[in-house]
Design a protein around this ligand. Structure first.
Ligand SMILES: Cc1cc2nc3c(=O)[nH]c(=O)nc-3n(C[C@H](O)[C@H](O)[C@H](O)COP(=O)(O)OP(=O)(O)OC[C@H]3O[C@@H](n4cnc5c(N)ncnc54)[C@H](O)[C@@H]3O)c2cc1C
Ligand code: FES
Ligand code: FES
Length: 497
């Protein structure tokens, strides 16, 4: 196990395979500037920046160190608040926070600093990619002047996973807007880096990266290696982003004997357009994170792309994957209803060979799926929308950011000449699995597309769903939401038309 911490390489073959980044930093490296608040990915106190080497230099993103496995940063750079300052000079994110009176308590501030610093570095990358043709070594020295002030939306997204329960966000946002006023030393990378030092072998995927007592962790680099490992360890726990599984370790203290991490397998993060369907298909690797999906979905499925901004926080979206959301099979997962409404297919591989299954046949019960032992989700196939088809995705939760749905609603409609040809409506939070509203769909199909049709169909919602009362919403509220969201679909479609 090898990673770079604040500019210094750390190697440890003895680390616990189940160590999170946070636990390792605080207990093995005495790096106590990274804080633990909730230990569940919610508060952002533990935020660190993770840097990957690309052709553009080091590209940073933030993660919740409390739920991310240490193995997830094998070969990567990890920056903590202390690592941001160099030679006694604070990073612009730190100095701007001080100057704008945005520094608060010792728990939330380190996390805010890291989220702001990642935004600062990303703004540089954006400026650099705009200045086409310039490599890391030949960028002009005065490029600091080109730091683009981020849009408020980008600032809000960057700190969407950082909670302060006591004071206010306004000074923090002011500081984020002002970061460009402070020139940064070593602005390219925060730390000096040499890609040659990474030295992470891709050939040892069949050997455990970490092993301690009965626990072992593998980091396959290809699907071939993954399948070979599944032959040997069919019961192994597949670990993608760990934004569901990480809580098993940090909050439930569960033990996993054999873990196979998926994040180094490039083919699970690929996406491509195919032309099999009349309008074509978009094939998404199951290992794509939400952050990777956002730009890919934006053109063909804008409503789906918009929904992604409502999933967790920036830190969660940097780690959490589409495949993890599906395989976790939570009734309140946000993407499954969309996949049901779109008529998506899931591609599965593993020890029984490759095959496909319709998303709507995948979920068999509360957190139960048709995935068999030794299998993994490989890809998700979305039929693209023809000009007569539309997709509407609505998430209703108590908070805008970083909150789980009370109801997640998705509607796919095919309307021709003001007549509903086909309708697929699916919801999460209404049953033990994500579920289609077949009676409502029947009430819509073949009818004229008008408000009266939608109002009549909305009366059928109780035929399809008998949700439970829980902390997020009562049964009556959930049913009323679905009725209202049908009407919202009508209103939105009218605006589009
Ligand atoms: C603070 C917080 C906020 C969240 N907010 C939301 C939210 O708004 N909406 C939402 O839907 N979810 C939310 N989640 C849940 C979680 O982020 C998502 O479900 C995420 O997509 C899980 O993906 P992952 O890669 O992290 O999965 P992991 O935790 O790695 O895995 C989850 C499950 O899927 C299995 N798995 C993963 N990949 C594969 C694969 N390719 N093949 C087979 N099995 C696989 C794992 O074995 C495990 O059983 C939140 C979680 C946290 C901690
Ligand atoms: S400690 Fe709260 S998100 Fe990690
Ligand atoms: S949580 Fe730090 S000031 Fe509120």
């Amino acid at each position: 196990m090898r990673f770079n911490l604040n500019g210094r390489w750390v190697e440890d073959a003895q680390a616990d395979p189940q160590s999170t980044i946070l636990r390792y930093l605080r207990t093995q490296m005495a790096q106590v500037d990274v804080k633990e608040g909730c230990a569940g990915g919610d508060c952002g106190a533990c935020t660190v920046m993770v840097g990957q080497v690309t052709e553009q230099g080091l590209q940073y993103h933030t993660v919740n160190a409390c739920i991310a496995l240490l193995a997830s940063v094998h070969g990567a750079y990890v920056i903590t608040p202390q690592g941001l300052a160099s030679d006694g000079e604070l990073h612009p994110a730190q100095q701007a926070l001080i100057d704008h009176h945005g520094s608060q308590c010792g728990y939330c501030t380190p996390g805010f600093v890291m989220s702001m610093a990642a935004l600062y570095q990303q703004q540089f990358s954006q400026a650099d990619s705009d200045a086409a043709g310039q490599t890391v070594s030949n960028r002009p020295a005065d490029r600091l002047n080109a730091w683009p002030v981020p849009e408020d939306e980008a600032i809000h997204a960057a700190i969407s996973g950082n909670l302060c329960r006591c004071t206010g966000y306004r000074p923090i946002i002011d500081a984020a807007r002002a970061m460009g006023e402070y020139p940064a030393k070593n602005a390219d990378a925060v730390v000096s880096f040499d890609p040659k030092e990474i030295n992470v072998s891709q050939e040892n995927g069949l050997q455990p990266l970490l092993k301690k007592q009965q626990r072992q962790l593998f980091l396959p680099a290809t699907e071939e290696q993954l399948k070979a490992l599944l032959q040997q360890y069919p019961q192994a726990t597949l670990w993608a982003g760990g934004t569901d599984l990480g809580l098993e370790i940090s909050q439930r203290f569960s033990q996993f004997d054999t873990v196979i991490c998926l994040h180094q397998i490039d083919s699970l993060q690929h996406w491509q357009h195919q032309s099999d369907e009349p309008s074509g298909q978009l094939v998404l690797g199951a290992g794509m994170t939400y952050t990777q999906l956002e730009p890919v979905l934006a053109k063909d499925f804008p409503s789906f792309a918009e929904l992604l901004h409502r999933i967790g926080s920036r830190q969660i979206r940097n780690l959490g994957t589409l495949g993890g959301n599906i395989a976790n099979a939570s009734p309140i997962g946000d993407t499954p209803p969309v996949l049901l409404a779109l008529g998506a297919q899931l591609e599965i591989d593993g020890i029984h060979g490759r095959h496909q299954i319709a998303a709507q046949d995948f979920f068999t019960g509360y957190k139960q799926t048709r995935l068999r032992t030794g299998e993994y989700l490989r890809a998700v196939i979305l039929p693209k929308l023809s000009p007569s088809q539309t997709l509407h995705c609505f998430k209703v939760s108590k908070r805008y950011d970083d909150d789980i749905s009370a109801v997640m609603y998705a509607a796919w409609l095919e309307i021709d000449d003001q007549q509903i040809i086909q309708a697929r409506i699916a919801c999460g939070g209404m049953a033990a699995t994500p579920l289609r509203a077949y009676t409502v769909e029947q009430a819509l199909t073949g009818q004229p597309w008008c408000e009266a049709t939608v109002l009549a169909a909305a009366q059928q919602v109780e035929q399809d769903y008998q949700p439970i009362d829980d902390v997020r919403a009562s049964q009556g509220y959930r049913l009323q939401l679905v009725r209202n969201l049908l009407l919202k679909t009508w209103a939105q479609q009218e605006v589009v038309a």
